[in-house]
Write a protein that binds this ligand. Structure first.
Ligand code: AHG
Ligand code: MN
Ligand code: MN
Ligand code: MN
Length: 389
């Protein structure tokens, strides 16, 4: 059929969000505008991520690119591309650059009043003249340990509405995840995929590079009720708590005659969650015996060095720098958006104690253990925790 060869009726993400907006007579298009600014940020990061390998190829990463930065100098195309992702003469780490792009895109949308980013120790309060009613919590580039080897990474975001934009405080940001009005992620993988929920199911859009548009490719995503995959960093097994150890044992040696589950772990939350959403199964980052609230993790506070990428499991101690303790994963910009999407797709998300979206964070960079995925698989984990209690 010739009509099938080319799709001619393109459902772009903007068209989709506008359609959603028109279902709500009170909507004034603010969320549509905000989302289009997030989409712009994602396109920028997608393009920068694609160039990251080129920077390595010509050995310029972290060095000063003298040739390309001298005005009027002709330079090789790849040098030009590298210079484009440089600020001043030094090349910025991609996660820092991505953060700057998102902060600027969100502020300039005129629809936000407060921003919380993984890369910024403090929340950003938007200038009153540019204020709108939304709060956006985001991880501009998650999975940064995977950048240098070309493995999938992503951006995660969650959006809240703030009651009074004129008098916004940190308290307004510390809401349970179930109050989110929208959440999503963009995965920079073999293709660039943006998965979004505005509270009415989950839809996936793939960037068509020739059009520069995200096109609806995965309408109404529903996660399989039960999956054949479990996803966890098994290197931490020696410190797992009882319920986690029991669950993983059951995945490998099922006693009910079913086949063992397969293990898949990329180490990029966005990619691991995306696979879980499409194929089913469960993704877990449990608490452990040593750290009952999740993995102990250090974050450089008072960002003095723009070249410092937050470590995932390893970190470098820089003399005279200040470090604060925290846990994997961040509640506001990792646990909540992913849990929102999971529930919207018919799965569930659990912290080991409660429904993840019921959690009320007490600080903006609060962390929590997480178990999310297919409804029945998470149900099994909940059973193991209940049995222990
Ligand atoms: P980030 O790159 O934003 O600092 O976060 C990395 C996170 C997440 O993407 C990934 O799933 C996790 O760290 C991996 O942790 P382990 O290396 O401990 O498995
Ligand atoms: Mn992260
Ligand atoms: Mn990050
Ligand atoms: Mn980082």
């Amino acid at each position: 059929h010739e009509a099938d060869a080319y799709r001619t009726d393109l459902m772009t993400i903007t068209r989709y969000v506008l359609n959603e907006q028109s279902r709500n007579p009170e909507a004034r298009g603010d969320l549509t505008i905000l989302l289009s600014h997030i989409v712009l940020g994602c396109k920028f990061v997608a393009s920068a991520v694609n160039k990251a390998g080129l920077a390595k190829l010509i050995g310029l990463a972290g060095e000063t690119n003298v040739q390309a930065s001298v005005p009027g100098n002709t330079c090789h195309l790849s040098q030009f591309l590298v210079s484009e992702i440089e600020i001043g003469e030094e090349q910025k780490k991609l996660d820092v650059l991505s953060n700057e792009v998102f902060v600027k895109a969100l502020v300039s949308s005129g629809r936000t009043c407060v921003l919380v980013s993984e890369e910024d120790e403090e929340a950003t309060f938007v200038d009153p003249a540019l204020r709108g009613k939304y709060c956006v919590c985001f991880d501009p580039l998650d999975g940064s340990s995977n950048i240098d080897c070309g493995v999938s990474i992503g951006t995660i975001f969650g959006i809240y509405m703030i009651k009074d934009k004129e008098n916004v405080t940190l308290e307004d940001v510390l809401q349970p995840g179930k109050n989110m009005v929208a959440a999503g992620y963009c995965m920079y993988g073999s293709s660039c995929t943006l998965v979004l929920s505005t509270g009415n199911g989950v839809n996936g859009f793939t960037l068509d590079p020739s059009l520069g548009e995200f096109i609806l490719t995965h309408p109404d995503i529903k996660i399989p009720k039960k999956g054949k995959i479990y996803s966890v960093n098994e290197g931490n097994a020696k410190n797992w708590d009882e319920p986690t150890a029991k669950f993983v044992e059951k995945c490998k040696f099922p006693k009910d005659g079913s086949s063992p589950k397969s293990l898949r772990y990329i180490g990029s939350m966005v990619a691991d969650v995306h696979r879980t959403l499409l194929y089913g199964g469960v993704f877990l980052y449990p608490a452990d015996k040593k750290s009952p609230n999740g993995k102990l993790r250090y974050t450089l506070s008072l960002l003095s060095a723009s070249h410092f990428a937050y470590g995932t499991s390893n970190f470098i101690l820089i003399n005279n720098s200040e470090f604060t303790k925290s846990w994997n994963y961040s509640v506001l910009y990792e646990v909540f958006p992913m849990s929102f999407l999971m529930e919207q797709a018919g799965g569930q998300s659990f912290t080991g104690k409660e429904r993840a979206l019921d959690l009320v964070p007490t600080k903006i960079h609060e962390r929590s253990p997480i178990f999310l995925g297919s409804f029945e698989d998470v149900e099994e984990i909940k059973g193991l925790y209940a049995a222990q209690a």
